[in-house]
Write a protein that binds this ligand. Structure first.
Ligand code: G3P
Ligand code: MG
Length: 244
């Protein structure tokens, strides 16, 4: 297995349940709770700029309307991505990927960049996010770990920045073809819904030379069990309960 610079705990979407997801305030919360790594979701604006957002649409986590893919970065940058969560986060901006990368580097936070393309823009998003990630972390000892559910995005990321580590995200069903998929992707890791994992599956993937990461784990007992099975990392929202 390749060297693995990442800690066991990744703060999910930045600050997990303690701060508005995918914001600078979330990343600051991860630092405050002693986390050494964060996961966040990146997609492209209409004009092709990488920014943080989980959903395809804006209203759940900002005061914007409609599809994220229909807006330019200038408009997205003016949105309030904090008020929906709590009044004390009012005015928290919807951040660009470049802003968050600079924060991570300055605060020694390692990053798992989940490529979350708007529908129909999978390859373009994978290519651009990987290209920019390579640029933003150039010269840094621990590169960002790229991951995605979107296969096309991952292949495009592989071709655009082969030197960056990649993980394949899976949900709903354990893929029988995981050895072929991880080999094709030249992946370093498999990122699974923790409910799909068993001790045997973890052991098989690790024996094949890949790391195993599990999302989203909010119960400390489950976090400990997964660790005992050999899982290499978990994504958690419970920063206040699962402490580094
Ligand atoms: O990358 C792990 C996890 O974030 C995947 O699910 O929907 O929270 O992005 P989601
Ligand atoms: Mg995610």
């Amino acid at each position: 297995m390749q060297p693995w610079p990442y800690p066991y705990l990744f703060a999910h979407r930045g600050g997990g349940r303690l701060a508005p997801e995918n914001t600078l305030a979330g990343m600051a919360t991860a630092v405050q709770y002693g986390y050494g790594a964060v996961e966040f979701d990146v997609k492209l604006s209409r004009d092709g700029v990488s920014f943080l957002l989980h959903d395809d649409t804006l209203p759940r986590t900002s005061n914007g309307q409609g599809l994220a893919a229909t807006q330019d970065i200038a408009a997205l940058s003016r949105l309030d991505a904090g008020s929906w969560f709590a009044p004390r986060f009012a005015g928290e901006p919807l951040p660009s990927f470049a802003t968050i990368a600079a924060y991570c580097r300055a605060h020694r936070l390692l990053a798992n960049v989940e490529i979350k393309p708007c529908p129909g823009r999978e390859a373009e998003t994978g290519r651009e996010v990987a290209r920019l990630a390579a640029e933003l972390w150039q010269g840094h000892p621990a590169p960002p770990l790229l991951s995605s559910f979107a296969w096309e995005a991952l292949l495009a990321a592989r071709d655009a920045a082969p030197q960056l580590p990649r993980g394949w995200l899976i949900e709903e069903q354990w893929p029988a073809d995981w050895p072929a998929r991880l080999a094709e992707l030249q992946a370093v890791s498999l990122h699974s819904d923790h409910l799909l994992l068993t001790a045997e599956r973890v052991a098989a993937v690790r024996a094949a030379g890949y790391r195993v990461l599990a999302y989203t784990v909010n119960d400390p007992a489950r976090a400990a069990e997964l660790r005992q099975w050999g899982v290499d990392g978990i994504f958690t929202d419970a920063l206040d309960v699962i402490r580094p």
